[in-house]
Design a binder for this molecule. Structure first.
Ligand SMILES: [Zn+2]
Length: 215
């Protein structure tokens, strides 16, 4: 069978409402360019690293499913770079995960925003690129899960888009509020994003709470 066109991958993700309870962890875009000193730095973006490391350590001990997304833009993504300064260009240091982020080997790297038409805000637009094989949609890696925890950068863009897509796909979604930070182009953006997520049914929690409840 020839590879499916990438844009159709997200349509293949089934809504999961009836599977046994298993929480998956989604880490959104903790990349150098989104951290202080990067091309599109989120204020205090590096503060998400410590709680996310704790959360990943916990998930790893529980044999949990971990997906870590990265913006993975081509240099000539004119559409996306008309809205934002160039950032997270494929195979550059800015696109690498922050060196302090302790991604376990079991974590799947999800690449998003790699076509010139795609902003790639949501992790669910991304794919896991397999060696010598065609890519897997992010959603297919969550088959069998019905609850997910989300943290990373930035609250008012990629974290929000990921959470809202997850709700649409039928997941119960927990936002790790201590493990995300906002761009706040407008000072109210973070509050607006949180309100939109709250209205969509997303549950606000913290890494400590999730860890203590699942010991
Ligand atoms: Zn981007």
């Amino acid at each position: 069978m020839p590879p499916l066109p990438l844009k159709t991958c997200r349509d293949l993700v089934p809504a999961r409402k009836d599977s046994p309870l298993r929480k998956a962890l989604l880490i959104v875009d903790v990349q150098n360019d989104f951290c202080p000193g990067g091309a599109l730095a989120v204020p205090n973006g590096d503060q998400v690293i410590e709680p996310l490391n704790k959360m990943m350590g916990h998930a790893n001990n529980k044999n949990g499913r971990i997906l870590a997304s990265r913006d993975w833009h081509s240099r000539n993504n004119k559409k996306h770079f008309s809205k934002w300064p160039p950032h997270c260009i494929q195979n550059t240091p800015g696109a690498e995960f922050h060196p302090l982020l302790q991604l376990p080997t079991r974590a799947f790297t999800i690449s998003k925003g790699y076509t010139n038409e795609d902003d790639g805000y949501s992790l669910f637009e991304g794919v896991y690129i397999r060696k010598d094989d065609w890519p897997l949609s992010a959603g297919s890696l969550l088959y069998g899960f019905n609850e997910i925890c989300v943290g990373g950068l930035a609250t008012d863009y990629c974290v929000k888009a990921t959470c809202l897509d997850a709700v649409k796909l039928g997941y119960k979604v927990y936002l790790l509020t201590d493990a995300c930070r906002a761009v706040n182009l407008k000072p109210t953006d973070e509050a607006d994003a949180l309100e939109e997520m709250r209205q969509a049914g997303i549950i606000f929690t913290t890494t400590d709470q999730v860890i203590s409840e699942s010991r």
